[in-house]
Ligand binder design. Structure first.
Ligand SMILES: Nc1ncnc2c1ncn2[C@@H]1O[C@H](COP(=O)(O)OP(=O)(O)OP(=O)(O)O)[C@@H](O)[C@H]1O
Ligand SMILES: [Mg+2]
Length: 1009
């Protein structure tokens, strides 16, 4: 559903009577990003234009919201405020200002709105709110001005309508303690000022709203005490309504009045700290004061009721004004700052009711004035601008309502002036005298009609009553009933009442009636309602004229607050009242869009090659270039003196599209350049860092290398220097110190070793072979040599102490060892036995001694031997003597020599290797006995015998006797030879016993047992 449209830049809004999904942050963001015509018409778009031109062009703005009751003005104003609040920046202070501005709404709505037949939340006052911003567009605060609260509603309202919301909210939402403190009851039926039957309204939650009201008041800055006092005053009004008045009579019989039930007034008195008697007196009597005297008149019941209601209305409306002022105190901006202002006007639109009274009259007067603003600023301005710019203009006729405004507001001859005059005039004054005066003054006025003027013109209109007059407003004719015009204009409260109120202890109530203070009492009348309203309208006008107006025209589509119902007639009437038709006509005749060359060029310069990025020419030429290049048709354009005019929005959209495309391109370009720049910077940074790192690294490496080289160089240097120094110093010191030292040490060790040896020599016993081991390996050879030396020395020593005889014995033993050691088994046994030589007692046997020749010296060996018969192998004993030259074999029994063998005739000797004593004397053939053959003998001392024989042979013949150790040998025997074979017996030859056996003629087998 589309509820918005534009006529030029006027927003037309139709009340949808349902919540549409076209509001909220997402939409706010969307409208924030786009210009006015780019998106669908919306109240956000209008708010956006207003806010942006306020912020960017430093132009104060006002948003005029008009329309009938229930058309959606208040809703629209709230949407505008939410939009501005959402886009106007952030920050702690800004947010709290925003909150205060937004929260002023629920407070004013609670006290100033009421359910009417047309609107469940009808604003019963006009409101103009100036929001002030700093140069950045952040809100600083604001000022609220209220117009004409419909205070009559406090005491009286139509069937099906309600009193102001606050009464119901208080009764429904207050907790029991609060109710008790205010001496109220929850039931609305108990209060005369609250119409029974309409206490609940669909879709309105009074309880929740009361909570919201309290929190809003707190946010704005009302203290707890202030809130309580406000609610007490509200309760006072409710209670006043319940004060019933009864007829009474004065002593003289004149009617008077009195309070029927004193309880109510008592409670009021207690609550606000007021003497109830005094209050009763103030309600039921009136003091007339002249310069000379004071006259107290009793009031009859009707008058007293009037006074009571007047008091209630006054208290309430003054409370409302106080609230507005109190809010202003909180949101007002300190002086000194340069501000930009955005005004939002939410005021009843032009309306024609069935019965129009004073209130309607002033409202319509206000609307006339607003229409004038519209004419002055929009229509006239439009035409004049065309004229100024030198653009041909088809004149559009519109009605200039200046004459009507004049009719009402003229200082002497205006209706309001005449009304005031009538009110102040002494004498009998009534509504009809006022009407008569009007009829007289305006009898010829084109926009004034009444029964009298009609009669004069012979017109008969039955809709016109006798006590009515009619004004032809710009939007239509409205008939007003003059009843109570005078009263309402006078708006007087009896002084008794204001004085009574002033006497109350209650600070708020007291402050609402400053004129009650007797010191302030003056006889001067307060300004009338008409004058006051005229004054505030004049201020409002002044305010609006100084700002750029933005219009929101609200239309309600039907009378039933129904969604989806559209009454064309109703809308047509509203369209007329709102002046939309003139608006359309003017827009149609002219150009939809205009802008100064400079700002236009600034915005669209980028669309042309010649104006982007630089343009040095004039603004107008620049614009021509841009539009020429885009080939916009010339009918679409008009070049004024300072502005370019574009006929249809289509062209503007086209320009905007082109601009958006171009901006994208430029953005890409900027992005490209920026990215390139960033990458380059990044690269350079990295390169720098890399160079830095590598230089540090290289430096470090080189330092390390240098350190190493230096250390090496120092080492080499040290070596070289050392070497050099040593070379030099060698001259001065013993060159072979080391050698000397080592020699010294070596010698020392050697000395130690040798001394050690000396002190600890092994025994000199030749048989003791012990010798200490060398302490060092390198002494091994020397040690060995020493051992050898020592041994030899020991032996020599041993030898030296031997007697020649012992030497001889040993020499023989030596010779025996050379001959038999390791060869003959009987040798080892022979070693320890000394050689006796004489085994047969030669000394005692002279016979045997004779056998040897004299010259031959002593007998070397004399023993008994066995002779083996070579023929049969039998043995026979013999005596053998060995002398220096002979071997003599003699017979044992007679000691006769059987054979004397010269030693040089002994060719050799053969012995066995066994333990036996067998030996063979091989004789040379030339010897004298040789012819008999060789001797085979057995001696018990064969080793000794043969050794001595060997030596004797050596001594005698210088010949070495061959001694053969063998098991098989041959002996000569009678010209032939006999083979002797020696074998070992089963006993292993242990005892050396022999047994000879002849084996044939040529072989003799000898067995060693
Ligand atoms: N844009 C909207 N979307 C939804 N509902 C709306 C809108 N505008 C108005 N309404 C409905 O219409 C009702 C009347 O609107 P609003 O109170 O703004 O009228 P008004 O012009 O201020 O009337 P009055 O002159 O009596 O104060 C609102 O309570 C709401 O229910
Ligand atoms: Mg409203």
């Amino acid at each position: 559903m589309e509820i918005y449209t534009y006529i030029g830049n006027v927003l037309v809004s139709v009340n949808p009577y349902q919540q549409l999904p076209i509001y909220g942050p997402e939409f706010i963001a969307r409208y924030w990003d786009h210009t006015f015509y780019e998106l669908k018409p919306h109240v956000y778009a209008l708010a956006n234009v207003a806010y942006q031109s306020l912020r960017d062009q430093d132009q104060d703005q006002c948003i005029l919201i008009t329309g009938e009751s229930g058309a959606g003005k208040t809703e629209a104003s709230k949407l505008v405020m939410t939009y501005v609040a959402a886009v106007c920046g952030e920050g702690e202070r800004v947010n709290s200002v925003k909150e205060q501005l937004l929260q002023s709404n629920p407070v004013l709505e609670a006290f100033g709105n009421a359910k009417t037949i047309r609107n469940n939340n009808s604003s019963r006052f006009g409101k103009y709110m100036d929001v002030e911003f700093d140069f950045k567009g952040s809100p600083l605060g604001g000022i609220i001005t209220n117009y004409l609260l419909e205070k009559s509603r406090v005491v009286k309202h139509f069937e099906g309508e309600r009193n102001f919301h606050i009464f119901y909210q208080l009764l429904a939402g207050a907790d029991p303690q609060l109710l008790k403190a205010l001496k109220l009851e929850r039931d609305t039926n108990g209060y005369a000022y609250l119409n029974p039957g309409a206490s609940r309204v669909d879709g309105v939650d009074d309880t929740a709203n009361f909570k919201a009201l309290q929190s809003a008041m707190t946010v704005i800055g009302f203290s707890k005490e202030e809130i309580r006092q406000v609610l007490e005053v509200v309760a006072l009004v409710l209670k006043l309504g319940n004060v019933e008045l009864a007829d009474e009579f004065q002593a003289n019989g004149a009617p008077a009045s009195g309070i029927r039930d004193g309880r109510g007034i008592q409670e009021i008195g207690e609550m606000v700290g007021l003497n109830s008697v005094e209050l009763e007196r103030a309600l039921c009597s009136r003091t007339m004061e002249t310069a000379k005297e004071k006259v107290v008149t009793a009031l009859n019941v009707v008058q007293a009721q009037y006074a009571r209601d007047a008091l209630a209305k006054n208290v309430y409306s003054r409370l409302f004004n106080w609230l507005v002022n109190r809010i202003n105190e909180s949101i007002e901006v300190g002086t000194g700052e340069k501000r930009k202002v955005m005004g939002v006007l939410d005021i009843y639109g032009f309306e024609i009711l069935e019965d129009n009274s004073f209130e309607q009259f002033v409202i319509n007067y206000c609307n006339e004035k607003l229409q004038q603003v519209f004419i002055e600023i929009t229509l006239k301005e439009e035409q004049e601008e065309y004229k100024r710019e030198g653009i041909p203009w088809v004149k559009v006729d519109y009605f200039d309502n200046g004459i009507i405004c004049n009719l009402i507001e003229h200082n002497q001859q205006g209706i309001l002036a005449l009304l005031d005059e009538e009110c102040l005039r002494p004498g009998v004054v009534s509504d009809s005298t006022f009407l008569a005066k009007l009829n007289q003054v305006f009898s010829k006025h084109g926009h004034y009609e009444s029964k009298v003027t009609q009669n004069a013109q012979h017109q008969y209109d039955h809709s016109m009553g006798l006590n009515c007059f009619r004004i032809c407003h710009y939007a239509g004719k409205v008939t007003y009933n003059v009843n109570s015009f005078i009263d309402k204009n006078n708006d007087l409260l009896f002084r008794d009442l204001s004085q009574a109120m002033w006497k109350a202890q209650h600070p708020l109530l007291r402050s609402l009636f400053p004129e009650g203070d007797p010191k302030q009492a003056s006889l001067k009348r307060p300004p009338t309602a008409g004058v006051q309203f005229k004054g505030s309208v004049a201020i409002l006008m002044k305010n609006l004229y100084s700002k750029k107006p933005n219009y929101i025209r609200c239309i309600k589509p039907n009378e039933h607050q129904q969604r989806g119902e559209f009454s064309s007639e109703l809308v047509a009437i509203q369209a007329r009242y709102l002046g939309l038709l003139e608006n359309v006509r003017v827009r149609r005749a002219g150009y939809a869009y205009r802008q100064a060359y400079r700002s236009f060029l600034e915005r669209y310069r980028l669309l042309s090659q010649s104006t982007w990025p630089r343009w040095d020419g004039g603004d107008r030429e620049g614009v021509e270039k841009v539009l020429g290049e885009l080939s916009v048709s010339s009918e679409e354009l008009a070049f004024g003196k300072t502005k370019i005019f574009i006929r249809s929005p289509k062209t503007l959209f086209y320009l905007e599209d082109q601009r958006r495309l171009r901006i994208q391109q430029l953005a890409t370009l900027i992005q490209k350049v920026y990215r390139g720049w960033r990458c380059r910077i990044h690269y350079q940074l990295m390169r720098k860092s890399q160079i830095l790192i590598s230089s540090w690294f290289r430096g470090h490496m080189q330092k390390k290398r240098y350190g190493k080289m230096k250390a090496s160089a120092l080492l080499i240097q040290a070596f070289a220097r050392g070497w050099k120094a040593r070379k030099n110093y060698r001259k001065y010191f013993r060159s072979g110190a080391a050698l000397t030292l080592s020699n010294f040490i070596y010698k020392n060790i050697a000395r130690k070793f040798l001394l050690g040896l000396k002190n600890d020599l092994p025994s000199t016993n030749v048989l003791d072979k012990r010798w200490p081991a060398a302490p060092y390996k390198y002494f091994n050879t020397a040690n060995h040599e020493l051992q050898k030396l020592f041994y030899q020395w020991k032996c020599k020593k041993f030898r030296d102490q031997l007697s020649p005889k012992q030497v001889e014995v040993l020499r023989e033993k030596l010779c025996a060892s050379e001959l038999f050691k390791g060869k003959k088994a009987s040798y080892p046994q022979s070693v320890p036995i000394p050689f006796h030589g004489d085994y047969i007692g030669l000394q005692g046997n002279p016979k045997l001694q004779k056998l040897k020749c004299r010259e031959e010296g002593p007998v070397l060996v004399a023993e008994a031997v066995m002779k083996v018969n070579r023929g049969n192998g039998k043995t026979s004993s013999r005596i053998l003597l060995l002398t220096k030259g002979h071997v003599i074999i003699a017979d044992t029994k007679n000691s006769q020599a059987k054979a004397v063998i010269a030693l040089n005739g002994v060719a050799g000797v053969s012995v066995t290797s066994f333990k036996d004593g067998l030996f063979s004397l091989h004789l040379s053939e030339i010897s004298s006995v040789g012819s008999k053959g060789d001797f085979l003998l057995v001696s018990e001392h064969v080793i000794e015998l043969l050794t001595k024989m060997y030596q004797a042979v050596l001594d005698a013949t210088q010949r070495q006797l061959p001694v053969t150790v063998t098991e098989e040998f041959s002996v000569r025997f009678k010209e032939s030879s006999l083979a002797v074979k020696v074998i070992q017996g089963p006993g292993g030859g242990g005892n050396g016993k022999l047994s000879c056996k002849k084996k044939g003629s040529r072989c003799l087998e000898v067995t060693v047992q």
